[in-house]
Write a protein that binds this ligand. Structure first.
Ligand code: ADP
Length: 474
C-alpha cells in the first residue's frame, strides 16, 4: 500500500525522477522525465527510458555502459546537463540519493533550470506590471482629486462672496447649503488624496517644532461654532506634564484630532465632548503623547468596534444615509497614528457614548517647557468661559481679529517661503474664517490669495500677502 502511494507520488511529481541500479541501468522514469527527455512515445518501450543507461541522459556526470561508479554526485545538489533522446540538451539542478531499503538502487531527481528561470522571470514581470498598474492608479487618483479641488474651491469662493452680499433669507439658506456641499466635497477629496498616498506608501511625515497648545487651540477653533450651535458642553484638558513644544507633524496630529472631534460632534446630540491630552512615556529625547476624545453620543456596539478602523467601514448603511461620510476617516487616522509610532483604539457603549484614544511619539526640543499650570487636568475650561474673547476674534475688524489675522498671515508667509503648501492651506483657511464679514475688496483679496495657495503659485501668493497686509495696516 505504502509502495503504491510512493509510486503514485513519483509518477505525478513535477520534477523528473529516474531510478537506476549500481550499473546505471534505469528501471523507472516518471512521467515528467519521460516527457521532458523525449521518451514518451517510444514504440514498445513500456516506460520509455527503462533498460537504458543513465549515462545516456547525463553523459557528463555518470559513466556509460554498465560501469559501476559513484552515482550519488557526492550527495549534494548539482547543476548538470541533461540530454534528450534527440541529443539536444538543457541544464538541470539534480540530486541523487541511494535507497535505504534497497542499497545499490539510486533515485535521481532533476529540475529544468531554464523552465524555473523562465517561470521566475514571468513572475517578476507580472509583479512589475502589477506594481506599475498600482502606481499609475495611485497617481491618477492623486491627480484627479487634486484637480477636483480647483473647481470646488472656485464655486466655494463665489458662493461665499454671494453670502456676504445676499440679504434675502431663503436665498441665503440655499447659498449656505451650496457652501456646506462644497465643504463636504473638499473633505472627501482630501480624504481620498490622503488615502491614496498612504496606500501607495508615499506619505511623508514632517518633523518640525510646534507649540502643542497652539495646535490644540487651532483644532478647537475648527469646531467651536458647531459645538455651540448644537448646545453641547466642551472641555479640553491638558496635563501639565505635556511639553510646551515638541517636534513632530503638527498638521497630521491636528488632522487625527479633527477627525475624531468631527465624529464625536456628528454622533452626539446632547451632553458633552471632552478632549484630554497626557504625556504617558518618555524615552531619552522622545515623548509619548496620549489623546482622548470622549463623547456622550450614540455609541457603537461591541461587535462593530473592530470594523471601525478598516477602510470604507461604517457601522451600518443607515448611519451613512443619516450622517454621511465615506468610512475612510478612521482608517486614515489609524495609518497616520501608526506612522507616528502609536496606536488608536475605541471604547464605547451603545447609547452611552464613545471614547476614542490614540498615542503618538514626538521629539523633545530644547525649549520643551511644560505647559503652564493654568490648564491642568482638574481645572477644565469650557467654551462658555472663553466665548467672549472667541467672539471678538471672529468679528472682522476688532483688535483681537486684526491681531489673529496678522499672526496667521505671517505664519502663512513663512509656510509659502518654505514651500510647505499643505500647512499654508491650513493657515489660509483660518485667515478665510477670520475675514468672514470683511468688506468686499478684502474678501476678493482673500479669495485670490486662497486660489494662489491652492495652486501653489508663489508669485501670486506673494502679491496677495502684500495686498492683504496693506488692508490690515490701515
Ligand atoms: P466617515 O468618514 O464615514 O465618518 P469614519 O471612519 O470616520 O468614517 O467613521 C466610520 C464609522 O464609525 C462612522 O460611520 C460611525 O458609524 C462610526 N463612528 C465613528 N466615530 C463615532 C462616534 N464618536 N460615535 C459613534 N459612532 C462613531
Amino acid at each position: 500500500m505504502e509502495d503504491e502511494n510512493s509510486m503514485f507520488l513519483m509518477e505525478e511529481a513535477l520534477e523528473m525522477i529516474l531510478v537506476f541500479n549500481e550499473e546505471g541501468v534505469v528501471s523507472y522514469a516518471n512521467a515528467a522525465a519521460r516527457k521532458k527527455l523525449g521518451y514518451e512515445e517510444e514504440p514498445g518501450s513500456g516506460s520509455g527510458l527503462a533498460g537504458r543507461d543513465v549515462g545516456e541522459v547525463f553523459p557528463n556526470a555518470f559513466p556509460w555502459g554498465g560501469v559501476p561508479g559513484d552515482y550519488t554526485l557526492g550527495g549534494a545538489q548539482r547543476n548538470l546537463v541533461a540530454y534528450r533522446r534527440n541529443r539536444t540538451c538543457f541544464p538541470v539542478e539534480a540530486k541523487v540519493v541511494e535507497s535505504l531499503r534497497r542499497p545499490g538502487t539510486y533515485v535521481c531527481m532533476a529540475n529544468d533550470i531554464l523552465e524555473k528561470e523562465h517561470l521566475g522571470r514571468e513572475i517578476g514581470q507580472v509583479r512589475e506590471e502589477a506594481q506599475q498598474a498600482a502606481k499609475v492608479k495611485a497617481e491618477f487618483v492623486a491627480n484627479v482629486t487634486h484637480e477636483l479641488r480647483t473647481p470646488v474651491n472656485g464655486v466655494l469662493g463665489h458662493v461665499r462672496e454671494l453670502i456676504g452680499e445676499e440679504k434675502d433669507e431663503p436665498k441665503l439658506r440655499t447659498l449656505r447649503v451650496i457652501e456646506r456641499c462644497c465643504d463636504d466635497m473638499n473633505k472627501l477629496i482630501n480624504n481620498i488624496l490622503d488615502f491614496s498616498k498612504l496606500e501607495a506608501g508615499k506619505f511623508v511625515l514632517e518633523e518640525r517644532k510646534f507649540h502643542v497648545r497652539d495646535m490644540l487651540d487651532y483644532v478647537k477653533a475648527n469646531h467651536i461654532s458647531k459645538i455651540t450651535e448644537k448646545g453641547l458642553e466642551f472641555f479640553m484638558t491638558v496635563s501639565p506634564k505635556v511639553p510646551e513644544y515638541v517636534i513632530g507633524d503638527e498638521l497630521r496630529i491636528a488632522q487625527v484630532l479633527n477627525n475624531l472631534l468631527s465624529n464625536a460632534l456628528k454622533f452626539t446630540t446632547v451632553g458633552k465632548i471632552t478632549v484630554q491630552v497626557l504625556k504617558t512615556a518618555q524615552v531619552n529625547d522622545r515623548v509619548e503623547l496620549f489623546f482622548l476624545v470622549i463623547d456622550s453620543g450614540i455609541g457603537i456596539d461591541a461587535q462593530d468596534q473592530d470594523k471601525l478602523f478598516q477602510s470604507f467601514s461604517q457601522v451600518d448603511a443607515s448611519i451613512s444615509r443619516k450622517y454621511g461620510g465615506t468610512g475612510l476617516g478612521l482608517n486614515i487616522c489609524k495609518q497616520l497614528v501608526e506612522l507616528m509610532g502609536g496606536s488608536i483604539g475605541v471604547e464605547s457603549e451603545k447609547d452611552r457614548g464613545s471614547a476614542f484614544s490614540f498615542s503618538i511619539w514626538a521629539g523633545l526640543c530644547e525649549e520643551a517647557g511644560e505647559i503652564p499650570d493654568r490648564i491642568d487636568e482638574t481645572a477644565a475650561f469650557s467654551v462658555w468661559e472663553e466665548e467672549e474673547s472667541q467672539e471678538a476674534v471672529k468679528i472682522y475688524g476688532t483688535p483681537e481679529n486684526k491681531e489673529a489675522l496678522s499672526k496667521n498671515l505671517s505664519k502663512l508667509v513663512l509656510c509659502v517661503e518654505m514651500s510647505n503648501w499643505e500647512k499654508a492651506e491650513m493657515f489660509m483657511e483660518t485667515i478665510r474664517q477670520l475675514s468672514e464679514g470683511a468688506p468686499r475688496e478684502v474678501a476678493r483679496v482673500v479669495l485670490r490669495l486662497k486660489m494662489a495657495v491652492q495652486k501653489e503659485n508663489y508669485d501670486k501668493a506673494a502679491a496677495g500677502f502684500e495686498e492683504l497686509q496693506s488692508f490690515l495696516s490701515v
